[in-house]
Design a protein around this ligand. Structure first.
Ligand SMILES: Cc1ncc(C[n+]2csc(CCOP(=O)(O)OP(=O)(O)O)c2C)c(N)n1
Ligand SMILES: [Mg+2]
Length: 924
């Protein structure tokens, strides 16, 4: 009945496991079991009964009777003290070294706040996470010289000061570099820029940072696909990655991002035991607690375990071990389980007396446990994420886990060790300055030989402290890194060998055109890729990435040949087994078919497109997608791909506002070239014909993996409208094609006389046939001659123009004429530009077009209709172009205005049902 709801408690604690649909075969026996449980609870108490129940569950699972697993455990360490391994390091030295890192990290940020600079930065995040990094760097993370190839570490973005401070102590960075923190262009020392970017940006620091992480959510999902890609390379026999591990350091607040959690299942189903997440659970995000009323650690535990991950919680430091061992009644664990995060945070912003009263005091039994303790002793009870041994135990167990990815949930304090004004405070995330008193206390806690007078001399510029490579603390740390294969982070982008590239033969068939057959540019591209895949050298380095649209793009023919990658192979008989084009999955498969997941696909694109640096194995991702679901949906990830210096091809298929017949507004892309133009790593093309595609792909491959590889991403829009692909015209100027425009078809004055009026029509992609249609109409109906340019890239033309504009900065040099100007200068008549995108795409070149310039474009939401109707509606079809040209001539007094108006009526430009430009066909 409407309005009636089942009370929350009645749903029961065990989902999917209650035998509601099973008849009770022996109700008497059932009752006896229930009675005995009641008896146990009454006689031995809840704690004992709970223990027995958990034991029974454990046994049930051992004997495979299929009870559901528990997703959450008590709020205590997953690894009990009895199973803790011996800590193999010198804990004293490691702690002392950590103090040096702490000081320099915080001081670097503080110094950058001096008056007149004030560039921001973060102190508290690293302060709370220092142990998590130090244990990894001293004992686990393998560098690039490790025989296994080294690990990939995703550092939490705003913990970067810690990595810079460590690199300073390691002798990799100097004070001059630290002082250039966040002053990437303005900090000049001895005529050289000495500076550090705010966050991990390979683009800015290509020898240091590998993975850009600071846009929250990008690190976690990229790390998952990096781990997948490592396996992919291994399974395809391209590189032995069995000794390489991916570690991702993440914030507990960051786990709110859908992207952070969105690909967990992939890591589990692919059994990525080469992946470990370390989530810094300081219980805080930027503004305040992550889950003030609840427990973020318990929530994440259930979530990850439910997704199939191995979960290791590091909740408490060693000081708690004895207390927990005495907790025979479970009173302490009960407290730990029920205190909300908001209170945990508040405890650490207070003192021992407060913790005694507000934590232990909640239950007389726990209050008694610490009655003989001093407040200082209580205050000394630490959180697990700051304890070397506990963290070591968790990391070791993660590395020993097989068949599952691991998440380590480490309980920490944000701002740890920085003092009262920082630790656990809501504002701590953004605090970046110390008072003089804070500085002195911090110095005292770290026990550093820096005098009061040094600090007082200029409180804005307290000194760094680096005792040098011979100091025993530094030497220890250096030795550890040497043992583990070198410094981290480190990026090696110049190690990739170039690949031999295919010659003319591979491109010949596509350049010949499609004869009489009508095929879409997407299909032409697919044919070319087929030929590239056959190439002995480049073929195996191509990585087609498809988010479940292979059939739409005509790529299902790849299934039986290069197969779909699946680390488990294919353990079933595909329904189309008997067909030539059967659905084939294989452990050695080449296609990354990632399901309906554009975000994951960009992550895979990034992993594959940076393989040249990460693995020294150049790979070329070909990621094909609905163009509308590219830059618009995953723009931030593509931005990160650019930051990560990715090389590869993005193929925006089913492009255009009017080309994808009938799909409606959410599918119709009228702006992706514009969005792509905002990303400086991306070179965008909107080709009309197969031969243009051939030249663009060839050049792209050369730039990505040829002799002098560049960090470049190509974005090519392709359509699903079938038309005849002409053969490459004789004498085609390939340079012009690649620069962005070329004269496709000069108008003929035959039968008109030399003084006929002339216009210049510029069109790109699927609009080129409309321009050719307009050329016919203009000549036959109005005696006007039109020259047609195919514009392969409005974006590149604009970039070239902008570059030419910079001449004002170099007054001594001869100014360069923009390419657009060169192409159009001296050509008679007005210029009309059109594409299947909004006006702004064509308007990009306005500044450099000599003479009159008019654009036509498809602005506004798309809709579902026939191609011809849509083009008429937006007034971008052949007749619309023709009439626009007549008006442009009329503006110049070169054509009669009334005749132009009559032309509009004659073609019924205001009637979408009268549209004629466009072919039917092409699936969506
Ligand atoms: C997508 C995105 N949104 C917002 C931010 C701004 N931001 C930077 S750090 C931060 C808080 C991070 O909290 P958490 O992940 O818990 O990290 P920690 O507590 O370890 O600093 C926010 C909101 C961002 N960097 N990226
Ligand atoms: Mg946090």
């Amino acid at each position: 009945m409407k309005g009636q709801r089942v009370p929350r408690d009645e749903v029961g604690p065990i989902y999917n496991g209650l035998p509601t649909q099973l008849p009770d075969a022996d109700s008497e026996e059932t009752q006896e079991w229930l009675d005995s449980l009641d008896g146990l609870i009454d006689a031995a108490g809840q704690h004992r009964a709970r223990y027995v129940m958990l034991k029974l569950l454990e046994r049930s699972r051992e004997r495979a009777i299929g009870v559901p697993s528990l997703t959450a455990t008590d709020h205590v360490n997953t690894v009990p003290p009895s199973l803790e391994p011996e800590f193999p390091g010198d804990e004293r030295l490691e702690r002392e070294f950590r103090k040096l890192v702490r000081w320099n990290a915080a001081i670097m940020v503080h110094r950058a706040q001096k008056p007149g600079i004030g560039v921001g930065g973060h102190i508290s995040t690293y302060a709370g996470a220092a142990t998590l990094y130090e244990v990894g760097l001293n004992h686990f993370f393998r560098g690039k010289d490790h025989p296994g190839g080294g690990d990939q570490i995703y550092f939490q973005g705003h913990a970067s000061p810690g990595m810079y401070a460590r690199a300073y102590l390691e002798g990799r960075l100097a004070e001059a570099d630290l002082d250039g923190f966040r002053q990437e262009h303005s900090h000049v020392v001895d005529g050289k820029v000495r500076a550090l970017p705010s966050y991990p940006h390979p683009h800015q620091m290509p020898d240091f940072w590998e993975f850009p992480t600071v846009s929250m959510g990008i690190g976690p999902i990229n790390a998952i696909y990096q781990a997948q890609f490592n396996r992919y390379l291994h399974n395809r026999g391209l590189k032995d990655t069995s000794q390489q591990h991916v570690w991702a350091f993440l914030g507990d607040g960051e786990m709110d991002e859908p992207e952070s959690r969105g690909a967990l299942q992939l890591a589990a189903t692919e059994e990525l035991d080469n992946l470990t997440f370390v989530i810094n659970c300081n219980l805080q995000r930027l503004d305040g607690p992550v889950r003030g009323n609840g427990s973020i650690m318990s929530e994440l535990e259930s979530y990850f375990r439910g997704a199939g991950w191995n979960v290791i919680k590091v909740v408490w430091g060693r000081e708690w071990d004895d207390l927990l061992a005495q907790d025979t009644e479970g009173a302490l664990v009960n407290l730990m389980n029920t205190v909300p995060d908001g209170d945990y945070q508040t405890f650490k912003a207070n003192n021992g007396a407060y913790v005694r009263e507000h934590f232990f005091g909640r239950d007389p039994r726990t209050a008694k446990m610490v009655e003989d303790w001093s407040d200082e002793q209580i205050w000394g009870l630490k959180r697990g994420g700051h304890d070397y041994r506990k963290v070591y135990a968790a990391y070791q167990r993660a590395m020993q886990t097989s068949g599952q990815p691991t998440v380590i949930l480490a309980h920490t304090i944000k701002g740890y060790f920085l003092g009262k004004h920082f630790e656990g405070r809501n504002a701590t995330h953004q605090m970046k300055k110390f008072t003089l008193d804070d500085l002195k206390q911090f110095r005292d806690r770290l026990d550093l030989p820096i005098s009061d007078s040094q600090l007082e001399a200029d409180p804005y510029q307290p000194p760094y402290f680096n005792p040098g490579a011979e100091d025993e603390r530094v030497k220890y740390a250096l030795d550890r890194r040497q043992e583990l294969g070198g410094f981290l982070p480190e990026r090696r982008g110049n190690v990739s060998p170039s690949l031999p590239l295919p010659g003319d033969k591979t491109y010949a068939s596509v350049r010949k055109g499609s004869g009489k057959q009508e095929i879409a540019t997407t299909m032409a591209w697919v044919r070319l890729v087929k030929d590239l895949l056959r190439d002995k050298e480049i073929g195996k380095h191509l990585v087609p990435i498809i988010p479940d649209e292979a059939r739409t793009f005509g790529m299902d023919s790849f299934f039986p040949t290069i197969k779909i990658y699946n680390p488990h192979g294919q353990n079933y008989t595909p329904v189309d087994n008997d067909l030539m084009l059967a659905y084939r999955e294989s452990k050695e498969g080449q296609i990354l078919h990632l399901g309906i997941n554009e975000t994951g696909s960009v992550a895979a694109f990034t992993a594959a497109g940076t393989s040249y640096a990460t693995h020294g194995v150049p790979m070329v991702p070909l990621y094909i997608f609905y163009s509308m679901f590219g830059f618009q949906r995953t723009g931030d990830f593509l931005w990160a791909a650019g930051d990560q210096l990715t090389r590869g091809f993005l193929l925006g298929a089913t492009a255009g506002r009017t080309t994808l017949t009938g799909e409606g507004t959410q599918h119709m892309d009228g702006h992706s070239p514009l969005l792509a133009s905002t990303n400086d790593a991306v070179v965008t093309y909107d080709p009309a014909y197969a031969y243009e595609i051939a030249h663009i792909m060839r050049k792209g491959l050369d730039r990505m993996v040829g002799e002098n590889p560049e960090n470049v991403i190509y974005y090519m829009t392709m359509y699903n409208e079938p038309y005849v692909q002409p053969a490459e015209p004789e004498g085609l100027n390939v340079d012009d094609v690649l620069k962005g425009m070329y004269l496709l078809k000069e108008g003929s004055t035959d039968g008109l006389g030399e003084d006929a009026r002339r216009v210049q029509l510029l069109a790109s992609g699927v609009a080129v046939p409309w321009a050719l249609e307009a050329q016919e109409l203009l000549k036959n109906d109005f005696g006007v001659v039109a020259d047609i340019f195919s514009v392969t890239s409005w974006n590149e033309l604009r970039r070239d123009g902008l570059k030419a504009n910079e001449a004002w900065l170099r007054p001594d040099e001869e100014p360069v004429k923009p390419f657009v100007t060169q192409q159009l200068e001296g050509r008679p008549g007005p210029v009309i530009a059109v594409s299947d995108y909004m006006h702004a795409v064509q308007d990009q070149i306005r500044e450099w077009v000599p003479g009159d310039f008019h654009t036509l474009g498809a602005d506004g939401f798309g809709f579902s209709d026939t191609r011809a109707a849509a083009r008429r509606y937006y007034h971008i079809d052949g007749p619309s172009i023709a009439v626009r040209a007549l008006h442009a001539l009329a503006d110049r007094g070169e054509f009669d205005r009334d005749r132009a108006r009559e032309a509009a009526q004659r073609y019924r430009l205001d009637d979408p049902s009268a549209g004629t430009s466009g072919n039917a066909g092409g699936d969506a």
